[in-house]
Each structure stands twice: as C-alpha cells, then as structure tokens.
Design a protein around this ligand. Structure first.
Ligand SMILES: Nc1ncnc2c1ncn2[C@@H]1O[C@H](COP(=O)(O)OP(=O)(O)O)[C@@H](O)[C@H]1O
Ligand SMILES: NC(=O)OP(=O)(O)O
Length: 313
C-alpha cells in the first residue's frame, strides 16, 4: 500500500467521446471511475481535476439558442461553474458507486473552485482556448461573419470557437481542498480549469475566460505539495515525431530533455504542448515531484511499475 498524494487530470476522452448526451458522459465517467479507484485501492490520496472544453462550448451554444429576452445567455464564468458542477456530480456519483463495489468506505466531494487570474494577462486579447464542437473551415468562417466570435484551427482536428485562457495565479479554495484531502476524502477540484476570477478592490470578480485545465491542475498539484501529477489523455505516451513513420515514444525523460524537444516543436500547441509545459512546471516547482502523461488504460500498469511518459528532474 502506498500513501502518495496524487493529482490526476482527466482529458477529454475520459468524459466525452462522440456522444454529447448527459447519459453518454455519465457512462464514460463510470468506466473512468473504475480505473481511478484502483489508485484509491492502492492507498493513494486522490485529487481529480478534469477538462470542460467541449461541455462549456456546448452549454454556451444552448444558452445562445434560447430566447435572449426571456432567458438571456450566461457569461463564461457562470457557464464554467455550471460545467464544473455537472461534471463534478457525474464523477462523484461514478466514483462513489465504484468505491462501494470495492467495499471502500470513502466519501467523494467536488469543490466548485475559483481560480484567480491576472486581469492584465495578454490572453484576454489573444484568444486561444478552443471550446465546443468542431467545424469545417467554411462553417467557421460563416460563423465569424455572423457574430463577433473568433474561430481557429485546433491542432489539425478542425475549427473551433476560441476564448481567452489566462494562466492560473492562485486557487481560492486551496485550503478547503487540502482539509478535505487530509481528512481522507476523495476530492474533485479545479474542474474545467476552475472558474476564472480577477481581484478588484479586494473583491473576486468572475471574468469571461476558460482556464486550461492542465495549467490549473499543475497549480493545484504544486500548491498541495503532491507527490505525483498524472495527466491522462488519449495516448499511452508522448512521442517525438508524432504521427510520422519514425515516431518514438518517450519513457523516462528529464525536464532538460523535454525542454529540448519543446524547442524542436515536437508537441502540438493546444493539445500536447500545454500538458508538457504543465508537467515540466510541476517537476520544477516541487522537490521530488514526478509527473506522468499517459492514458487511462495505462493507469493500472503505472500503479504496478512505470508506464507512460515519466518526467523527472
Ligand atoms: N508529440 C505528441 N505525442 C503524443 N500525442 C500528441 C503529440 N502531439 C499531439 N498529440 C495529440 O495530443 C492529444 C492530447 O491532446 P488533447 O486531446 O487536446 O487533450 P485532452 O486529453 O486533455 O483532451 C493526444 O491524444 C494526441 O492525439
Ligand atoms: N478547461 C480545459 O482545459 O478543458 P479541456 O481540457 O476539455 O479543453
């Protein structure tokens, strides 16, 4: 039995595959929870974070489709909070049921987390965070003509609406999360990157943005003094020369090696690059912290031995 404090960031395919119904997302999270409880069974303290890019974009579309007089669309900070709440509930439910199946008596709580950002962050004018569904170039350009929204090409996968994505500076509910973890509860926090807030005249004020969950998860992991930061995504390993005939998986890599690969543009911006940047930052900011980028399916192997791309000092 180990007793590590582990922050696990769940990537998109752990929640939403190609079916955006609530039931399909609950089903995906049921499977995800069955993998995650293996860490809890192993004795680890788990703090789970998750993305919300597809969900918050879809919720915005639902809001925009409603009657703007009688039922006006909410701003992004409220929409992020709503997705943090709904995905948090799905995860709480799935984890609680999976724990019961294993006769593990633990409670799961999700914390709607406010994440402080800098109001002067250049990301407020340079929109970069893709949300919602994918469009063809033609559809995206037509949407841009109809509204003042910005669409950009997303890592070779199609066009998506983009919004501001400032870097996390502080986690308001950090001590609440720490107290819950120290009391032995499983905690879901910082979902969707957390609700973005700025400080104004000593008060917190929500802003229109979606924080990258990999960076928010890194901040949470470093501030909690986690032993391990695991980023779960759609691939078992990070690769160099990804999708080329000579692609090679990275197993154990140092921060210095990872930075060298970054300099060679090995990691696609908007997909693998933020994960690599976040894991490097975690290892740099902690004394003995280890970071891993791998798939959900590889988690069991990671508990038993080394698996996935492991980044160390
Ligand atoms: N160098 C690389 N090595 C491995 N995967 C890469 C690389 N560059 C881009 N990718 C792609 O990035 C994806 C992860 O990004 P993304 O799907 O946006 O993350 P998330 O799982 O958080 O939703 C991988 O599934 C893979 O398709
Ligand atoms: N907020 C966020 O980064 O979500 P995704 O990981 O789903 O894009």
């Amino acid at each position: 039995m180990s007793n590590r404090k582990i922050v696990v960031a769940l990537g998109g395919n752990a929640i939403l595959t190609d079916n955006p119904t609530a039931q399909a997302q609950k089903d995906a999270l049921k499977q995800t929870a069955e993998f995650l409880v293996k860490l809890i069974q192993n004795g680890d303290e788990l703090i789970i974070t998750h993305g919300n890019g597809p969900q918050v974009g879809n919720l915005l579309l639902q809001n925009i489709a409603a009657d703007s007089e009688k039922n006006p669309a909410f701003e992004l900070d409220s929409l992020v909070a709503m997705t943090e709440g709904s995905i948090g509930y799905w995860l709480q439910n799935a984890l609680q049921n999976a724990l019961k199946d294993l006769n593990i008596d633990k409670s799961v709580a999700s914390v709607v987390t406010q994440v402080i950002v800098d109001k002067n962050d250049p990301a407020f004018t340079n929109l970069s965070k893709p949300i919602g569904p994918f469009y063809s170039e033609e559809e995206a350009k037509a949407e841009m003509e109809k509204s003042n929204a910005t669409f950009k090409e997303d890592a070779g996968r199609g066009w998506r609406k983009v919004v501001a994505s400032p870097k996390p500076v502080g986690i308001k509910e950090l001590e609440v999360i720490r107290t819950l973890v120290d009391a032995g509860h499983v905690v879901v926090a910082g979902g969707g990157g957390g609700v973005p807030v700025i400080e104004e005249d000593g008060k917190l004020v929500g802003v229109e943005a979606v924080i990258d969950k990999d960076f928010a998860s890194q901040k949470l992991a470093a501030d909690l003094g986690a032993d391990m930061f695991i980023v779960l995504t759609g691939v078992d390993y990070v690769y160099v020369n990804f999708n080329k005939p000579d692609q090679a998986k990275l197993e154990k890599v140092t921060v210095a090696e990872m930075k060298e690969y970054m300099g060679q543009d090995q990691f696609a911006p908007g997909s693998m690059l933020p994960k690599v940047e976040a894991t490097i930052k975690f290892v740099e900011e902690t004394d003995n912290g280890r970071a891993v980028i791998t798939s959900l399916e590889n988690l069991e192997q990671l508990i038993e031995s080394d698996a996935g791309t492991i980044i160390e000092k």
